[in-house]
Design a protein around this ligand. Structure first.
Ligand SMILES: Cc1cc2nc3c(=O)[nH]c(=O)nc-3n(C[C@H](O)[C@H](O)[C@H](O)COP(=O)(O)OP(=O)(O)OC[C@H]3O[C@@H](n4cnc5c(N)ncnc54)[C@H](O)[C@@H]3O)c2cc1C
Length: 389
């Protein structure tokens, strides 16, 4: 963070706009570096109104979306563990994870590519081994194979965000909750941050407002869209806890699609969760006007996929909720400097960023202070979508 043109007085070195998954960690990692941080959150940390609600998120280090994400996931795990220690409560459960699909499917080839590029201990399983080790997954398509990732697991998103905000505060950050930023105005010397009630002057701004990033950085090609999440209970006399149904991504017998999910953890208060592949095209939604009601018929599709795959699960959802996902055109995040040198962005979740969020917060912090990134993050460069990129 070099400031050869500073004039006047600043309210903080850095404003972080949006303390969700990425922003809470960005505030923490900045404050941990001794940076004077002012964080803004329009709701309360851990709320259920953005992209991070729903009790659980899958964690994997063999990231089929891009081999370069493995070092990000590893750093993220270190930071989640650090947050667990400071929060004094579990945030991450290492369950292991099973990928099941055709040998040439993206979920198999992408996972193998990440494992090979990063020397991961991912075990290949034939169909009979899958059926004997994981009877809950015994229904497969002919020719399906499996990959067992022992480092996969589950995160608790709401608690993790609260823990990161607490850690940020503990490291000296000032946090304004229930405070909606209405505008950011960067210029050569700093950035003016406006809320309904006040105006702040900061040297730099990190825009981590998730589905709302487009309000502040409209040139980024981000598509926020509504998704429905569904939970399922075991049929009477059957078991669908996470020890028999660890984290999974898998194809569906008789269908050309895949699903993801995990088993129940009664002590953590959730049933088994199963969701569909989100492959677009996506209908863009105004994050402030997303329909929060799950309407009759909306869960018929996932019900049929669950019925086709898991005989132990009652395919009628036991619980439903909505959430907002924000896709980029290439399904990878936007993390780093924008065209304005005082504006750094961290977001573009594309449905798989929570696991990385603590480390994405670190990358945001490193970008703001001008530190060398802990890993090559060029594939997440926000400028890749612009003419200059
Ligand atoms: C259904 C679903 C399933 C998913 N499954 C997985 C998974 O299994 N594994 C995985 O790794 N990822 C998963 N993801 C993705 C992951 O959950 C999201 O990518 C991630 O939580 C988004 O974090 P974020 O920080 O970008 O946004 P958010 O967490 O939404 O944070 C943005 C914050 O900014 C605040 N804000 C916005 N505007 C303003 C403003 N003007 N002023 C002040 N504050 C503001 C918001 O209130 C919010 O708190 C899933 C996503 C969805 C929707």
């Amino acid at each position: 963070m070099s400031d050869t043109h500073d004039t006047g007085t600043f309210d903080a070195d850095v404003a972080v706009i949006g303390l969700g998954a990425v922003g809470s960690s960005a505030a923490w990692r900045l404050a941990a570096r001794g940076v004077d941080v002012l964080g803004f959150e329009q709701f309360e940390p851990g709320h259920d109104w953005g992209g991070s609600t729903g009790k659980t998120r899958l964690f994997r280090v063999a990231c089929l979306e891009h081999p370069g994400l493995t070092p990000v996931a590893r750093r993220a795990r270190e930071l989640w563990r650090e947050l667990e220690a400071s929060a004094g409560q579990p945030l991450f459960f290492e369950t292991g994870g099973l990928i099941v699909g055709q040998p040439d499917s993206r979920i198999i080839t992408g996972t193998i590519a990440a494992a090979e590029a990063n020397g991961l201990r991912v075990e290949r399983l034939e169909a009979d081994e899958i059926a004997s080790r994981f009877p809950a997954h015994a229904r497969m398509n002919p020719g399906d194979v499996g990959l067992w990732d022992p480092e996969a697991g589950l995160l608790r998103p709401e608690a993790a965000i609260v823990a990161a905000v607490d850690a940020a505060r503990g490291a000296g950050a000032r946090v304004l909750t229930g405070t909606r930023v209405t505008a950011i105005e960067p210029d050569a010397d700093g950035v003016t941050i406006r809320t309904d009630a006040a105006e702040y002057r900061v040297r730099h701004v990190a825009v981590t407002s998730g589905p709302w990033i487009g309000r502040f950085v409209p040139d980024l090609p981000l598509t926020p869209h509504r998704v429905v999440m569904t939970w399922f209970r075991a049929r009477d006399g059957h078991d669908a806890n996470v020890d028999v149904l660890p984290v999974f991504i898998r194809t569906v017998p008789g269908h050309d699609t895949w699903i993801w999910g995990h088993g129940a953890m009664p002590d953590q208060g959730f049933d088994a969760k199963v969701g569909p592949e989100f492959d677009g095209p996506f209908t863009p939604g105004d994050p402030d006007a997303i329909d929060r009601v799950v309407h009759p018929g909306e869960t018929d599709g996932i019900r049929d996929l669950v019925a086709a795959t898991f005989p132990d699960l009652d395919p009628e959802p036991s619980a439903v909720t909505t959430c907002i996902m924000t896709h980029t055109p290439d399904g990878l995040f936007v993390v780093g400097a924008t065209e304005h040198p005082r504006v750094v962005v961290g977001g573009g979740c594309s449905g798989h960023s929570f696991k990385h969020a603590s480390a994405l917060g670190e990358l945001v912090a490193q970008s703001v202070v001008g530190e060398t990134a802990f890993t090559d993050a060029s594939f997440m460069d926000p400028l890749r979508f612009s003419a200059a990129g």
